[in-house]
Design a binder for this molecule. Structure first.
Ligand code: PEP
Ligand code: MG
Length: 587
């Protein structure tokens, strides 16, 4: 039995057979071919190439069926490399001129390509190296006729174990079969974690290297609440986890009963629960869980894993899908928050100015990028404004740090409105405009920001990162990345108080609101709008319906006396479990 401690990023328990990704090795025959066999071998290579293209296209179509057009475009980058003429010519010339067997030619050329990418000074190309390896594997599998073990075409339940998974790859996981996943790298606030939560897949990241110690088919337990991974558990451990799994299922079934009821505290205070989404398809999942609207639509996912910028029409169609699904309910569309760990790996890193950044979290990300690339920003704003004519759309700017940025962004909105008006394109001129509070400077200057916005939403994922100077995706500093940190809680308190005084609507959409541990604290601090991961809505509602505001305020007074994250979290857990013992499984 192997026990690993990683970082818990997506709640729940998964038990299943391991599927190990990224460790596939092939016996590449080191042989030369007869001169007379060249044409035949080239034909064999072309056949394998065509089969690989077909295979990828099939996977893409399956993902499009499941998650929609935009998610399917994740495959385009791989397809582009695979169909690259230069790559094909390089491989064929090794077969033709040096009489290499196709397997050997593929292996050598792709290794050479990977080396070139690896040597480039830009760290963004590291991702490209992985793409090249993926393509090599696909071609070799096709040539060597090995069984496909791709995670994207599963027929039975598995637990996926991988060195790393990008947010886009995570989005492609088939929810019907992927019980849970574990990655060796990654941190608590990365977007791979956020996508896993959105899909409701229990996940642990940042375990450190362990893939060498597991084999496909091993039994694996993923404890997405405690960050534990157990490989080949003994009977007693397996029994214990099966019981916990059943307890969670029972709790989930009970929570379904309150689906249609409001999130109202025992003393009659109404809390509004909205959903966080990354893909339009998730809007339906939010509705199934009883969301009152979308509090955060992370539109940057429209840009990831594709080779070109999304057009205005593509934006519009995505927004329309969400707005139509939500009907009368509000939909807060956040303008693209690209950069940091959300980098479209296949296009324009240089044009975006990312290639020279040594510290992307503090670099050209998010609204800064939008204001630097106005045509891209305007095209998205046109689509958002057009969608505002159809439903209750709000627009929100991410990562605002200064008043000048907010004013410039609003100026662009006003200008785009004029453009639409002149063209006779309908939109809602009174569309509410809000900003994220996720940089400490905005908390400090909040009294100046508030008169200029209709609402604010606190992004604790980044606020925590920037307040404590701790990278949200870095497993080495995970112990510092806690939403229970007293500095963060003071910033929340200050933000909420200032917004209340100025009567500006304030919500919270960071991951903190998706954990029942923090619900009492957030209500006690005065929050009434929480935007959470779809799957967490029922649990958060259950907490809301089991407490009084007075109780929550008591909790806050106690927390305000405390000094460190560990004690605060332990206290909050204790208070929650006193009221709802069924949450005892949470660490
Ligand atoms: C946040 O920072 O809390 C937030 C909601 O934005 P994101 O996680 O997309 O950076
Ligand atoms: Mg953020």
């Amino acid at each position: 039995m192997l026990r690993l401690q990683g970082i818990a990023v997506s709640s729940g328990i998964a038990i299943g057979e391991a599927m190990v990704l990224g460790r596939e090795t092939f016996d590449v025959p080191d042989r030369l071919i007869e001169g007379t066999a060249v044409e035949q071998e080239i034909e064999r290579f072309r056949g394998a190439l065509a089969a690989a293209v077909e295979e990828l296209s099939r996977q893409r179509d399956a993902v499009i069926r499941e998650l929609g057009q935009r998610s399917g475009s994740i495959f385009n980058a791989h397809l582009e490399i695979l169909q690259d003429t230069k790559l094909r010519e390089d491989i064929e010339s090794l077969i033709r001129e040096r009489h290499y067997a196709p397997e050997r030619a593929v292996s050598q050329i792709l290794r050479r390509y990977a080396d070139v990418f690896r040597r480039l000074p830009n760290p963004d190309f590291a991702e490209r190296v992985n793409d090249v390896y993926d393509i090599g594997k696909l071609l070799l599998r096709s040539l060597l006729g090995q069984a496909h073990s791709e995670v994207f075409q599963l027929h039975s339940p598995v637990v996926v174990l991988a060195a790393t998974l990008t947010p886009s790859e995570t989005a492609r996981l088939d929810r019907r079969f992927v019980r849970g996943f574990v990655t060796e790298t990654g941190g608590p606030g990365g977007h791979t974690a956020i996508v896993a939560q959105g899909l409701g897949i229990p996940a642990v990241v940042g375990t450190g290297p362990f893939l060498g110690e597991v084999s496909g088919g091993d039994t694996v337990i993923v404890d997405g609440d405690r960050g534990l991974v157990i490989v080949n558990p003994d009977e007693a451990t397996l029994r214990e986890y099966r019981e916990q799994y059943r307890a969670i299922e029972t709790l989930q079934a009970e929570l379904q009963d309150i689906r249609g009821l409001p999130a109202e505290t025992l003393d009659g205070t109404r809390i509004h629960l909205f959903g966080n989404i990354e893909f339009p398809q998730e809007a339906e999942i939010c509705l199934e869980h009883g969301a009152e609207g979308i509090g955060l639509y992370r539109t940057e996912f429209l840009y990831l894993g594709r080779a070109t910028l999304p057009s205005e029409e593509e934006h519009y169609q995505a927004y329309l899908q969400v707005v139509r699904a939500m009907g009368e309910r509000p939909v807060t569309i956040r303008t693209f928050d690209l950069g940091a760990d959300k980098i479209p790996r296949d296009w324009l890193p240089r044009q975006m100015g990312w290639d020279s950044e040594s510290n992307p979290c503090l670099g050209l990300r998010s609204i800064r990028l939008a204001l630097r690339h106005l045509p891209m920003f305007r095209s998205q704003l046109r689509a958002i404004l057009r969608a505002s004519a159809i439903g209750r759309v709000k627009v929100m700017f991410p990562l605002i740090a200064t008043l000048a940025e907010l004013r410039q962004a609003k100026f662009v909105v006003a200008d785009v409105m004029e453009e639409l008006a002149e063209a006779g394109i309908p939109f809602r001129r009174e569309i509410p405009i809000g900003m994220m509070v996720e940089v400490p400077s905005t908390v400090i200057m909040l009294d100046r920001f508030l008169p200029e916005v209709d609402f604010i939403s606190i992004g604790t994922n980044d606020l925590l990162q920037y307040t404590l100077a701790v990278d949200r995706t870095n497993r080495n500093v995970v112990s510092l990345y806690s939403s229970a940190d007293p500095a963060l809680i003071r910033l929340l308190s200050q933000t909420i108080r200032t917004a209340e005084e100025r009567r500006v609507s304030v919500g919270l959409c960071g991951q903190m609101s998706s954990s029942p541990i923090y619900t009492m604290l957030l209500i006690g601090l005065g929050l009434r709008d929480l935007s959470v991961t779809a799957g967490a809505i029922p649990e958060i509602k259950k907490v809301c319906r089991s407490v009084t505001v007075a109780q929550c305020r008591e909790v806050v007074s106690h927390v305000m006396e405390m000094e460190n994250a560990r004690d605060i979290r332990a206290y909050l857990r204790e208070e929650l479990v006193k009221i709802l013992p069924e949450f005892g499984r949470l660490p």
